[in-house]
Design a protein. Sequence first.
Length: 114
Amino acid sequence: MGEQNRPPLPISSKDDMTVTELYPEPQPQPTAVTIYTKPKCSQCDMTKMLFKRDGVEYTEVDITVDPAAYAYVTQNLGYLQAPVTVAWPEHYEDPVHWSGFRPDLHSEHLAAAA
């Protein structure tokens, strides 16, 4: 067995660790809100404008070009209408989701997250 096949030795103490290992660079976190959209969708545009207005960051996914996203929205969540908003507010244990332009649900679940 050559040296190249040996597993790395475990770090025995903090004294042996490098600065990068002790204080790793923060990794970008995914946004807590994903909006599944499609082109030429007025409700999608209005939903995105609502989030922008309130300063809530979101990730947009076009379900017409992403088959996995389309399957998730239709099969896993059971929606047939865009947009579909999936949000995970900090104080919730599970994500919340809804379909269509829903300023009432936006306010209820996300206004405090801005």
